[in-house]
Design a protein around this ligand. Structure first.
Ligand SMILES: [Zn+2]
Ligand SMILES: [Zn+2]
Length: 505
C-alpha cells in the first residue's frame, strides 16, 4: 500500500487514538476498513504503538512526524503511564481489544454523548486507560460494550474484516451491528478520579498525603489496592470486617468476569473500585493504615500484589502489618469437626472448615484435624494396583495417544515402587526410560502389575523411535500426574495422602 493511495489526510483530533484516526483516514479515502501494511499488522493492537514499522509507514503516508503519530498511541506515554511497550507483555491499566472472546467482550470504552456531539465522531486514547471510567465533560459512566450487540464499540484491532456492519461509516455506529452508539443509555457519574489521575499523567506526579510521588508509582499503588479487592480471600476478609469498605466489596460483581487483573473487569466494576482505591492511598499513609487496620488485613493480604507495588508501599506493609494473625484455637476447630460428623455422618472437608472460620482459619488446627494417612490398607492397595494395571493396559492398546498415558501411568508405578512423591518424580528431567526399566525389573513388589510392566518395557523398546525420544525425555507434568492419581484413588478415604507411594508396603 503506497503513499499515493492516501489523497485525503484528516488530521488527528484532540486526544484521538491511533486506531480511531487511521480508521477515519481509511473512510476519507474510500476504504471500509483501515488499510495496513499487511494483514498481519491488522491483528496487532495499533493503539499500543509497539510496532515501529507500522508507525513509520503511517507517518510517511500521512505526512506527519513519527512523534506526532506516536503521541496517538500508548508509546507516547512511556515513563508516565507505562515503563515501556515491548509488544510482548500486556501494558498495565490497558484495556484489551477483547476480540477473541464473545462472552466477556468488554472492550475499549466510549462516551455516547461525546460521539453524538463530535462533528466527526472519534475514539479517544484515554478511553483505553483502565483507571478512566467516566466522561468528565458529560459526567457519565463510560460504556465498554455496544448496548445492542454487546461487542466492544470500536475494538481497535479487528482481526476479522468480514463481519463488519454496512452502517459502520463513522465511529458513531457500532462496527458490528451498526447501532447508533450515541443513543446508548448512560448513568451519571462524577467521582472525578479519572481526571485527577489523567492530570497526574500530564504533570508526571501526584500528591498523596504530604508528598508528591511519580505518577507511575501512584498508578501502581492504586492497582495494588484494587487487586486486594479482586482477590477472593481478601475480598471476603473485607466483607466480614463490617467496615465502611465492606459494602463496596460486597457490591462488586466480579463473578461474571472473574478478573485476574483490574483491567479485565467491566467499566462498571472499575468505576466502583478505582475511586475507592484512590481514596485509600490519597492521604498516604494514614488513609492506607486505616483501611488495613479496619479490615484486619495483614502483610500477607496487603502484599498479594507486592512485586508490582511501589517500594514505599511495600516498606510500610512490611514494617507495620507483618503481624501474626490471631487464629482460632485448635480445640475449637476439632469441636466443630466432631459436631459436623455427628450431624452429617461425614468428616468436614478443608473447605468446610475454612468457610466456617474464614480468613482466621487456623492452618495449624486444620493440619491437626486433617492429618493425612500415609499408609494405605491392603484393600486400598489392591484396588489401586488393579486400577493402575487397567490403565496401563488401556494405554498400551491405544495406538494413537497411548504414549503419554503409558508414560504417565508407568511414572506413577515408578513413584510407587521407588517411594517418591509426585513432585520429586515429576522434577526428574532425566530420561525416564532406563529408570523405568530398572524399577519394572522389581515388579514382584507389585504383583498385580507384573504382566503390564513387562509389556511396558516391550512397548517402550519398540516405540522409541527418534521422534518419540524427545517426548520420553521431556519432564512429566506434575499436574497431570496428580490428576491421574486422583482418578486412581477415586472413592478412597479423603484423608489418605494423594501419593502413589502410600500404597507400597
Ligand atoms: Zn462525553
Ligand atoms: Zn453493536
Amino acid at each position: 500500500m503506497g503513499e499515493s493511495q492516501f489523497l485525503m489526510r484528516p488530521r488527528p483530533l484532540e486526544g484521538e487514538s491511533l486506531s480511531s484516526w487511521r480508521q477515519r483516514s481509511g473512510w476519507a479515502n474510500g476504504y471500509n476498513f483501515f488499510p495496513t501494511i499487511d494483514e498481519r499488522t491488522r491483528r496487532v493492537d495499533p493503539d499500543i504503538g509497539a510496532n515501529s514499522e507500522d508507525l513509520i509507514w503511517l507517518s510517511d503516508a500521512h505526512q506527519l512526524t513519527l512523534e506526532e503519530v506516536k503521541a496517538l498511541s500508548l508509546a507516547g506515554y512511556i515513563g508516565r503511564l507505562v515503563k515501556n511497550v515491548d509488544g510482548v507483555k500486556h501494558p498495565r491499566f490497558w484495556l484489551r481489544a477483547r476480540l477473541r472472546s464473545r462472552v466477556n467482550s468488554y472492550g475499549p470504552m466510549f462516551c455516547p454523548h461525546c460521539l453524538g456531539e463530535d462533528e466527526d465522531p472519534y475514539f479517544r486514547l484515554a478511553w483505553r486507560f483502565a483507571f478512566v471510567t467516566e466522561c468528565g465533560k458529560h459526567q457519565v459512566e463510560l460504556l465498554d460494550q455496544c448496548p445492542s450487540c454487546m461487542s466492544p464499540g470500536w475494538p481497535t484491532a479487528v482481526g476479522e474484516t468480514q463481519d463488519i456492519s454496512k452502517k459502520f461509516i463513522s465511529h458513531r455506529y457500532c462496527w458490528k451491528c451498526g447501532f447508533d452508539l450515541s443513543k446508548s443509555t448512560t448513568s451519571e457519574s462524577r467521582n472525578g478520579v479519572g481526571a485527577v489521575l489523567s492530570n497526574g499523567i500530564d504533570t508526571g506526579e501526584l500528591k498523596l498525603g504530604a508528598l508528591a510521588y511519580p505518577i507511575l508509582d501512584v498508578l501502581q499503588a492504586i492497582r495494588g489496592v484494587c487487586h486486594i479487592f479482586i482477590r477472593d480471600r481478601e475480598r471476603k476478609a473485607i466483607i466480614s470486617a463490617n467496615s465502611k469498605w465492606s459494602e463496596i466489596a460486597r457490591g462488586l460483581n466480579l463473578r461474571k468476569v472473574n478478573p485476574i487483573a483490574i483491567d479485565y473487569a467491566s467499566v462498571h466494576e472499575r468505576n466502583l473500585l478505582v475511586p475507592v482505591a484512590y481514596d485509600i492511598v490519597k492521604d498516604w499513609p494514614d488513609s492506607y493504615r486505616e483501611f488495613a487496620n479496619q479490615n484486619n488485613l495483614s502483610a500477607m493480604n496487603l502484599g498479594v500484589n507486592g512485586a508490582l507495588q511501589p517500594e514505599w508501599m511495600n516498606a510500610l506493609i512490611a514494617n507495620e502489618f507483618r503481624k501474626v494473625q490471631k487464629t482460632t484455637e485448635t480445640c475449637v476447630v476439632i469441636a466443630f469437626c466432631n459436631e459436623w460428623l455427628a450431624r452429617t455422618g461425614n468428616w468436614p472437608t478443608r473447605k468446610d472448615v475454612r468457610d466456617k472460620f474464614g480468613p482466621k482459619a487456623p492452618d495449624k488446627g486444620i493440619a491437626t484435624v486433617f492429618k493425612a494417612r500415609l499408609v494405605a490398607t491392603e484393600a486400598e492397595s489392591n484396588l489401586f494396583y488393579e486400577r493402575l494395571h487397567q490403565q496401563l493396559s488401556i494405554a498400551m492398546s491405544n495406538k494413537k495417544d497411548g504414549q503419554t498415558r503409558l508414560l504417565d501411568y508407568a511414572t506413577l508405578l515408578l513413584a510407587n515402587l521407588r517411594q517418591k512423591s509426585l513432585s520429586e518424580i515429576a522434577n526428574e528431567t532425566v530420561c525416564i526410560k532406563p529408570e523405568l526399566q530398572h524399577a519394572l525389573s522389581m515388579v514382584d513388589v507389585a504383583p498385580k502389575c507384573e504382566k503390564a510392566s513387562l509389556e511396558v518395557i516391550d512397548l517402550l523398546e519398540s516405540r522409541t523411535r527418534p521422534q518419540d525420544r524427545e517426548q520420553i525425555n521431556r519432564p512429566i507434568s506434575h499436574r497431570q500426574l496428580q490428576r491421574r492419581t486422583t482418578m486412581l484413588m477415586k472413592g478412597m478415604d479423603v484423608l489418605l495422602a494423594r501419593e502413589p507411594m502410600v500404597f507400597s508396603n
